[in-house]
Ligand binder design. Sequence first.
Ligand SMILES: NC(=O)c1ccc[n+]([C@@H]2O[C@H](COP(=O)([O-])OP(=O)(O)OC[C@H]3O[C@@H](n4cnc5c(N)ncnc54)[C@H](O)[C@@H]3O)[C@@H](O)[C@H]2O)c1
Ligand SMILES: O=C(O)C[C@H](O)C(=O)O
Length: 342
Amino acid sequence: MFSRAVKPVVTVAIQNGAKNFSTSPEMLFKVMVAGAAGGIGQPLSLLLKQNPLVSNLALYDLAPVTPGVAVDLSHMDTPAKVEGFQGADKLDSAVKGADVVVIPAGVPRKPGMTRDDLFNTNASIVRDLAECVARNSPKAIVAIITNPVNSMVPIASEVLKKAGVYDPNRVLGVTTLDVVRACSFIGTINGVDPRSVSIPVIGGHSGVTIIPLLSQANPKPKISDQGKIEALTKRIQEAGTEVVKAKAGGGSATLSMAWAGARLTNAILRGLNGESNVVECAYVKSDLTEATYFANPLVFGKGGVAKNLGYGKLNAYEQALLKAAIPELKKNIAVGEKFVNK
Ligand SMILES: NC(=O)c1ccc[n+]([C@@H]2O[C@H](COP(=O)([O-])OP(=O)(O)OC[C@H]3O[C@@H](n4cnc5c(N)ncnc54)[C@H](O)[C@@H]3O)[C@@H](O)[C@H]2O)c1
Ligand SMILES: O=C(O)C[C@H](O)C(=O)O
């Protein structure tokens, strides 16, 4: 298959105003974005078009603007070849040969809604996309952005199980935005470049299931008392709602999500490409807790998740957060599984 062949990667360095092209033997991959014409899909595709590990970018959406988004991006002077696929009858072609399928398809929140309120609309979208992956590209790594993530990953997993092609290392819920936010907020508090901050955010992706492990942050947030630790934790847990409120009916986080989605996709691609030390948090099948899906740091490799790194030592406050998250996660997971197996 073309997407797994070794091809020369062209890297472009801007030096003294001139472009210098150099080649190195690296794998190149096909990435399919489902929901590519949306608020997340467009900027995510813009970022993926710049990724040197991407040879082919398949942009799928129901929206009539989809072919135009593809033509627009195809004019960027980066090597990835862009194709647009609009409408359900084009879905199979879009997915065929994909190494990675990123899914931001579905409706976003409006003020006053919870992520769970999106379930009824988004569940069938993710189910249908997972069925298409099973038919056309069963080895693809599926990264689900669509909310509620805690339930969507079990839906996709059950669909792939039914089709007999499930590999738990290849189905991920994208929780990277929680990590990105935690790094951004700690960077501001400490007065350092947020890119120099690292922190595991574990659990899931909604309210109390988002558990930032501030005790394991590097550097530690310069916060003097427990009250401030709890306020920062709450801010990270509720950061999605902060954006929903600020957008005042215009949707939820799109640009920071695109950034976070591109970061996780890059980690997946680097793993597929043979790097062995790429670590990101994501929400995956898990036996670490009573919740059968759980987010924490993972090592990525040639088959998707290569190693689950667990979540290390929690302090008493973090243990209490974990205790509160588990029943909610279990409920979200059961709802997703029931949707497919009803
Ligand atoms: N995981 C996270 O951290 C995170 C962060 C932000 C948003 N989200 C979620 O991402 C989803 C998308 O948000 P958005 O702001 O991009 O929404 P949006 O409405 O701007 O875009 C969604 C796109 O999906 C498309 N779509 C709908 N049904 C489809 C289908 N069956 N197949 C293909 N495309 C389809 C729409 O045409 C639209 O272009 C929402 O569910 C939102 O809650 C998750
Ligand atoms: O909050 C939302 O609805 C979108 C997303 O899950 C987020 O965390 O920004």
